[in-house]
Design a protein around this ligand. Structure first.
Ligand code: NAD
Length: 256
């Protein structure tokens, strides 16, 4: 049967690439996004290609929105094979004075919504279902002034193993931690020409990431042939976080 796949933040960037990959494999894709124009454009293209798609406009920080979206998905498709918690954003951090409401907003988008969707679909997951959460290499390392986003990413990484244990035998739960992914690669094949040699070569694989690098990993984790994997995180960052650099290495001198 055609799988039912739910994606948050599916109108742009990595989420759009995931939506398109699932649609190309014959899945029925339901996605939510607060970019109405981009969402409507994306679902139109999916349908023109002959796939089934459902776009729901809304902000996943809002409990009522999440509940209406889940309700609509269940009423339309009956069950869910794959839930991809992709949407997130940043409201920066302590240096620029990220306010309490802004900090909480990012946590609602990045952690609460993935938890709530998992809960709302709990009795509607198909056999061999999978959840994939999109975290970030920033769950484990930081630039200054990133507290709201980094806290959300640390949260979704921990949420992943908690859910994997709680949903044991019912749903596998894994995460992907992207490094630098140039989302404009969705729009043009020559995206690499926009990156400097330093941008590329600082990555051990000598290029910046593309959304398809993440979408492929999501497909791998959803594939039931890989059903022995649960509670795991896969880092997809071109090796960036495996490279140890001390002052004097790679032309970099500490000047702090
Ligand atoms: P993006 O900004 O290009 O796309 C995100 C999409 O999510 C947008 O369509 C946006 O409208 C939607 N969205 C954001 N907040 C929402 C909300 N509250 N309700 C509904 N929709 C919402 O971002 P991206 O780069 O594709 O990132 C996707 C995921 O990958 C995020 O979780 C991000 O943290 C993660 N990530 C991205 C990178 C990168 O370099 N691009 C690196 C690490 C992790």
């Amino acid at each position: 049967k055609n799988k039912v796949c739910v994606v948050t933040g599916g109108a742009n960037g990595i989420g759009l690439c995931i939506v398109n990959e699932f649609a190309a494999r014959g899945s029925r894709v339901a996605f939510i996004d607060m970019d109405r124009a981009a969402g409507e454009r994306a679902v139109k293209i999916i349908k023109e290609k002959g796939a089934q798609g459902l776009f729901f406009y809304g902000d996943i920080a809002e409990k009522e929105v999440i509940e209406s979206f889940a309700d609509r998905v269940i009423k339309t498709y009956g069950e869910v094979d794959f839930l991809i918690n992709n949407a997130c954003l940043s409201r920066r951090g302590i240096i620029t004075g990220c306010k309490c409401d802004d900090f909480n907003y990012v946590l609602r988008v990045g952690i609460t919504a993935p938890y709530m969707l998992s809960k709302l679909f709990l009795n509607h997951f198909a056999p061999k279902a999978a959840i994939v959460n999109i975290s970030s290499t920033r769950a484990a390392m930081s630039q200054p002034d990133t507290e709201s986003y980094t806290a959300a990413k640390g949260g979704i990484s921990a949420l992943t193993h908690a859910l994997a244990v709680s949903l044991a035998g019912k749903v596998r739960v894994n995460s992907v931690s992207p490094g630098w992914i140039d989302v404009s690669a969705n729009l043009s094949d020559d995206y690499e020409s926009r990156h400097s040699t330093a941008d590329k070569n600082q990555h051990p694989v000598h290029r910046v990431g593309r959304p398809i690098d993440i979408a492929r990993t999501v497909m791998f984790l959803c594939d039931e042939d890989n059903g022995f994997i649960s509670g795991e995180n896969i880092t997809v960052d071109g090796g960036m976080t495996r490279q140890m650099i001390y002052s004097g290495d790679c032309g970099w001198i500490y000047s702090g």
